[in-house]
Ligand binder design. Structure first.
Ligand code: DMJ
Length: 634
């Protein structure tokens, strides 16, 4: 397979008019007005002076050359294509007036497409029947959560996960009752007091004992699901002057004390390692730690602990958690990368990356997610300079666009491929469902949680931000089509994309009426669905940011498919073995993230956008909201 065409600016049909026909002068002024340089420059008077000097110099240069030739900027100016371009304008006064005319702002102009779908939302959103429709749909999600919880409570209370078909519990995550903790804050947000009370009492009576006596757990899974769930419950139950979502259940300090005990044990993964990179596993009862059998840790796992550890430090007043977590990111900053992209394994013994495999799917995904989220969490704290995280994120997203993004054949779905043997090898057109976190992360990184409308009105978006937002929207569509292309309307775990270099016949998703049935290839081994959240997570973030109605509609379509094919009558929802067959064979497992993430994001997607606003909360990778900005609480 040959190297891919990059997802360059040429490939993108920007929906925002300002990116078309920009003159050289506009490019320069706009860059000055929107780049980091602008932020730094305007803060000092020397900067201001140099900026003005540069503009003045450029103006003079353009004037001197204008009458002679178009040579230098010909390439950039070409394409403007107006008659003006060929006019010989000699009036110096007019030229100066033009040059010093207010530089083009980033106008909140919407494409015809956006206007149409916006119209649906801004024009008619407040119409009572539309509001009622979404309220009713939100209630459907709440009912689904209650059904999932009732199955778990009946057959698996205290186990990590429910096997809904065989009606058993199973401890796949070390035996800390992971579903209870993962589900708790969703119940709080949904106002399900009875569930909050049941889950809260179980945590108060059993969790500390489990933590003290259980054996091996994975550092990452335990941090994002159990520690993250406890921290979120702490805040949502009123701790740290948090919002009192929960009227029932234990006091916030109960969650905090258990969280500290757990984190103290998890810290052994850091303290046992000879480098800043923690080991992958911890034995809880004796607080010992060790690396995985091959000696390696996943890159995403070691870089997806910091939101939780930082927040715990803030609310406990003990900096040790945050310090250990941030050492990992500080270390990762120093390692060589490929245009900001990193291999999916890292060796805790040497502190170096291992192998060449680069992808944004499993073992790579949340490295990129936490770069921007930890920056959002810490950017206003006085305790250090965290711009390096934003720089790493921006560079990585450029790398994604240059090296991993391609379009499928024949219908041009934008997807993110993989580099299994590194940057010099081929691009595999394989995309894990896990990669569908990326549209949400890109959108969040662009507007920092504000609506696109507000961010544009306040002139806060750089060219990069708008490009990332556009990519986010393209990828969200692809992720949605990964669902709609199958017979069940549910996405496979992994999809391949038909490209000019790759095609396999007879492996479509089964929905022959989908426009993309030839673009998306689903191999036999990849046809399962684990009730994963990434696509609905991105739809939620994109809906909040763009206010585009279509993201809600897509979310509803996905929810209906979950209802139709994964609901188990006696209680709970099941993973599936094959989404291309009807009826789909079940896999008999309800993953904890179905309650912790999938249903939470769907509920928030259909609800009032002022609940858990994205500029005041950051969701950890398991959908547990933590308040931002982070302030030292003690
Ligand atoms: C969750 O545990 C988290 O979202 C993690 O980052 C990736 N995998 C699952 C959900 O698919």
């Amino acid at each position: 397979m040959s190297k891919s065409l990059p997802y360059s600016m040429k490939d993108v049909h920007y929906d925002n008019a300002k990116f078309r026909h920009r003159s050289f002068f506009k490019v320069v002024t706009q860059t000055l007005l929107t780049s980091n340089m602008r932020r730094e420059c305007v803060s000092c008077s020397t900067g201001k002076f140099l900026g003005l000097l540069m503009i003045f110099g450029l103006a003079c240069l353009m004037l001197t050359h204008a009458n002679k030739t178009h040579s230098i900027s010909d390439g950039l100016v070409k394409g403007i294509g107006t008659n003006e371009e060929h006019k010989e304008v000699t009036d110096v006064g007019i030229r100066f007036k033009k040059l010093f005319r207010r530089a083009p702002r980033l106008p909140p102009r919407l494409s015809p497409d956006e206007k149409v779908s916006h119209g649906n939302i801004t024009g008619k959103l407040n119409e009572p029947d539309v509001e009622e429709k979404w309220k009713a749909r939100q209630q459907n999600v709440k009912d689904a959560f209650t059904h999932a919880w009732s199955g778990y409570k009946k057959f698996a209370m205290g186990y990590d996960e429910l096997m809904p078909v065989s009606q058993h519990g199973v401890d796949g995550l070390g035996g800390l009752g992971a579903t209870v903790v993962d589900a708790l804050d969703t119940a709080m947000i949904m106002g399900l007091d009875e569930v909050v009370s049941e889950a809260g009492s179980w945590i108060e009576s059993h969790l500390l004992d489990r933590i003290n006596h259980k054996g091996q757990v994975n550092l990452f899974e335990t941090t994002i699901r159990v520690l993250g769930g406890l921290l979120s419950a702490f805040h949502l139950s009123g701790g740290d002057q948090g919002i009192g979502f929960a009227q029932k259940g234990p006091k916030p300090t109960v969650y905090l004390n258990i969280a500290k005990n757990l984190a103290d044990r998890l810290l052994s993964a850091f303290t046992s390692s000879p480098t800043a990179i923690p080991f992958s596993d911890v034995v809880l009862h004796d607080s010992s730690a060790h690396s995985a059998p091959d000696g390696l840790s996943s890159t995403s796992e070691v870089s997806t602990l910091q939101l939780e550890f930082n927040y715990l430090s803030a609310i406990s007043g003990d900096p040790k958690y945050g310090t250990k977590g941030m050492k990992v990111l500080e270390h990762l900053k120093t390692l060589p990368k490929v245009q900001g992209l990193v291999p999916i394994y890292i060796n805790p013994h040497s502190g170096e990356f291992s192998g060449d495999n680069i992808r944004l799917g499993s073992r790579g995904d949340s490295y990129y997610e936490y770069l921007i989220k930890v920056w959002l969490q810490l950017r206003t704290t006085q305790d250090g300079n965290f711009t390096y995280l934003h720089d790493m994120y921006e560079e990585a997203m450029k790398g994604v666009k240059h090296m991993l993004v391609q379009k499928s054949v024949p219908s041009e779905l934008v997807f993110v491929g993989e580099l299994p043997i590194g940057p010099k090898g081929y691009l595999s057109p394989k995309m894990d469902h896990l990669v569908c976190f990326l549209p949400g992360t890109l959108a969040l990184g662009a507007t920092k949680g504000l609506t696109k409308e507000k961010a544009m009105k306040d002139n806060l978006l750089t060219f990069e931000d708008l490009e990332n937002l556009k990519l986010a929207e393209d990828l969200a569509k692809t992720c949605f089509e990964m669902y709609s292309v199958t017979s069940t309307g549910l996405a496979p775990e992994i999809a391949y994309f038909h490209t000019k270099d790759y095609f396999e016949d007879g492996l479509d998703g089964g929905n022959k009426s989908s426009k993309y049935v030839k673009d998306i290839i689903i191999k036999h081994a990849d046809r399962h669905n684990l009730l994963r959240p990434e696509t609905v997570e991105s739809l939620f973030v994109l809906y909040r940011i763009t206010q585009d109605q279509k993201y809600r509609d897509w979310g509803w379509q996905i929810f209906e498919a979950f209802e139709k094919y994964t609901k188990v009558e006696s209680g709970g929802y099941t993973s599936l073995d094959d989404v291309t067959t009807i009826p789909p064979p079940s896999r008999d497992k309800m993953e904890t993230f179905f309650l912790g993430e999938t249903l939470k994001y769907l509920y928030l997607l259909f609800g009032d956008s002022s609940v858990i606003p994205l500029d005041k909360f950051v969701f950890n990778t398991e959908a547990h909201p933590l308040p931002i900005p982070l302030e030292r609480r003690h």
